[in-house]
Design a protein around this ligand. Structure first.
Ligand code: ATP
Ligand code: MN
Ligand code: MN
Length: 353
């Protein structure tokens, strides 16, 4: 779970070229444009990450003209996300700005709350989630199964310590694709299909997830592969194409690009080379491999590395990159394994509505 609003300190203030009324504040690995003179290095502040949805309260009204989002209603008519002010990535005077800072006085007793404390709920902040197109998922069978790890990637902006600790490590860089997370598993002789957060009824012929699983014959192939490997497994990838996230890569058909093969007996990801082999023998395709790097990068350098065009369509901005070692290693800062994303800020400015 992301901590959207936390108490933090301003670690640096930097000038912005050709701008005298604003400057850049550094908070964790984030860069935030603030009014000049508003904060000083060492100041304790409340920091809200991008994707924070601030409630309609007087103290946030100044955001209305740029950030207001009406309530999001889901397919069943319920309010999925309330109305509020959505914090997104912006570019000011050539400088990307991600998130927003407030003085600690916004909270009663704010002065006494320790650095790092999450205050999301206290401020009435929730996560902005774009509306999910109805009809894509289909019939839900149940919650996401506990025997499969959920797909997720931590943002590099939060990983200063991990970058230091893993310096010198060789990392695989893949393109982060902007579609929908897909999981198919073979577990204790049972086949299943999941979206990001749900277990989908594999008999529902209307589901895009079921259709793609059937087109790759995943039920039979995973059973066979499991027998061959001697353990239960899941494949996880990004479903992309028409009807999904605006089909940014302008594909003609829905397809799947795999980023994880999980040994469900141990809960571990297969090593990069073995994963590539398994993906191939299943008749699947992996997410685009970009390069191997030896980790010796600052957060800013990794964000720079994320910029560029997509391998799938050279006129589409890349959403970002995902970096991970060849073999899964334990990493406390990313909730278990070292693997993280750097999002292309230009992509966020362009597409993140
Ligand atoms: P956040 O938690 O930051 O608000 P999010 O959890 O909704 O965002 P994303 O920003 O899409 O998710 O990042 C994680 C997702 O990226 C994974 O769940 C996976 O579906 C997707 N993904 C796309 N390409 C890759 C890739 N190359 N490697 C790993 N995951 C990838
Ligand atoms: Mn996430
Ligand atoms: Mn995504």
């Amino acid at each position: 779970m992301r901590k959207l609003a936390t108490l933090q300190t301003i670690s640096a203030i930097e000038p912005i070229t050709n701008a005298d009324s604003i400057e850049l504040a550094r908070i964790l690995g984030w860069a935030v444009v603030v009014k000049r003179g508003e904060y000083r290095v060492g100041d304790k502040i409340i920091y809200c990450e991008i994707d924070s949805l601030l409630p309609e309260r007087p103290e946030f009204e100044f955001l209305r003209s740029n950030c207001f989002k009406p309530a999001q209603i889901d397919a069943t008519g319920r309010i999925a996300v309330p109305a509020g002010f959505r914090i997104r990535t912006i570019k000011l005077r050539g400088q990307y700005s991600q998130g927003i800072c407030f003085p600690v006085s916004l909270l009663p007793n704010g002065d006494h709350i320790p650095i790092g404390t999450e205050v999301t709920a206290e401020l009435g902040i929730v996560k902005w989630e774009p509306p999910i197109p109805a009809g894509m998922v289909g019939k839900i069978k149940g919650p996401f199964p506990s025997f499969v790890p959920k797909t997720d990637e931590t943002r590099v902006q939060l990983l200063a310590n991990a970058l230091e600790r893993h310096k010198g490590k060789e990392l695989i860089v893949t393109e982060k694709l902007d579609g929908s997370s897909f999981t198919a598993f073979h577990y204790q002789s049972q086949f299943g299909i999941c979206s990001r957060n749900q277990w989908i009824d594999e008999m529902d012929g209307t589901s895009k997830y079921v259709a793609i699983a059937e087109s790759f014959h995943l039920k039979e192939k995973l059973a066979e592969m499991s027998k061959q490997l001697g353990f239960d497994l899941a494949v996880q990838g990004e479903m992309i194409g028409p009807g999904i996230q605006g089909n940014k890569y302008r594909l003609e058909f829905v397809t799947l690009r795999i980023f994880n093969v999980v040994n469900l007996t141990t809960g571990m990801l297969l090593d990069f080379d073995q994963m590539q082999e398994v993906i191939k023998s299943l008749g699947l395709v992996a997410v685009p491999f970009l390069e191997k790097v030896t980790l010796n990068h600052s957060i800013d350098e990794l964000i720079k590395l994320a910029e560029g065009k997509s391998v799938l369509n050279s006129s589409t901005l890349r959403e970002g990159i995902v970096l991970r070692p060849i073999s899964q290693t334990f990493e406390p800062d990313t909730g278990g394994r070292l693997s993280f994303k750097a999002i292309n800020p230009a992509f966020l400015v362009k597409y993140d509505e």
